[in-house]
Design a protein around this ligand. Structure first.
Ligand SMILES: [Zn+2]
Length: 262
């Protein structure tokens, strides 16, 4: 199950055999597991909006309130220079609004420590993911690629716990990934630490409409600051998003064969 078109990243979207409009898997319910409010929009936004457009029910489990962000575009309520609002509640409200824009129906926001997810007991994180799966009953999950994509260790930690629980439950997991060219370009231009995947490693390339994503990004007013590397990334990706199977779905059973080994 791999895109083999040698023509580059503008390759036509690969079709699931069942045929969704987007080329994404035909999942009725999809759960995204992310570390921070804005990951669902800045990173996964176009993909989650595409799932929603396909008619899937989309849920987001966000493990932290993003209180440690160094970006702080929203003033506090004192109305004096230098007064900054408490980021926790601000980012929770931004997440709720962004989710609405993306067509995400179900948001769970937890209070694990932003910036220190990789120091949290993995069992505790797994318990959160398991609870979300039990409640939401997804057919598959979406997460940042397992290296975290942007260089933030919280992203990798969130994906690690999603994968651990998915393995227990036999759920497929798609990782949102960047092509290596895009990652390298961003690193060169911004001194960033993005990681990418080679063309062979990108299992799914879909064509996206970024309208909903851009609106959802706008809902994260404290984070979507001008000049952010985010805008350049969206420009470099154009209308394409790329995904890698972190946990592939089981192969379809050939018709007319029993499940026995015969
Ligand atoms: Zn993040």
């Amino acid at each position: 199950m791999r895109e083999t078109d040698p023509g580059g990243f503008a390759a036509a979207p690969r079709r699931d055999p069942a045929g969704t409009r987007s080329g994404l898997p035909e999942w009725a319910r999809v759960l995204a597991v992310v570390a921070h409010p804005d990951d669902e929009s800045f990173g996964l936004g176009a993909v989650l909006a595409a799932f929603a457009s396909d008619g899937a029910d989309v849920g987001v489990l966000c493990l932290t309130r993003g209180e440690a962000s160094t970006l702080h575009g929203v003033p506090g309520d004192l109305g004096v220079p230098g007064d900054l609002g408490d980021l926790g509640p601000i980012r929770a409200a931004e997440l709720a609004e962004a989710a609405r824009m993306l067509g995400v129906e179900d948001v769970t926001l937890l209070d694990e420590p932003d910036g220190a997810l990789d120091a949290v007991d993995p069992q505790r994180l797994a318990t959160h993911v398991l609870a979300a799966i039990t409640r939401f009953q997804p057919d598959g999950m979406v997460a940042f690629d397992d290296d975290g994509v942007t260089g933030h260790p919280d992203h990798a930690a969130a994906t690690r716990c999603a994968l651990a629980v998915a393995a227990q439950r036999g759920l497929p997991v798609l990782g949102w990934a960047l092509p290596t060219e895009v990652a390298s370009r961003l690193n060169a231009e911004y001194g960033a630490a993005f990681t990418g995947r080679t063309r062979d490693e990108l299992d799914l390339t879909i064509t996206v409409d970024r309208t909903r994503q851009r609106t959802a990004v706008g809902a994260h007013a404290s984070q979507a600051v001008p000049g952010s590397v985010l805008w350049r990334r969206l420009e470099l990706l154009g209308r394409s998003e790329h995904l890698h199977w972190l946990a592939p779905p089981p192969p379809p059973r050939p018709p007319g064969r029993s499940t026995g080994s015969g």
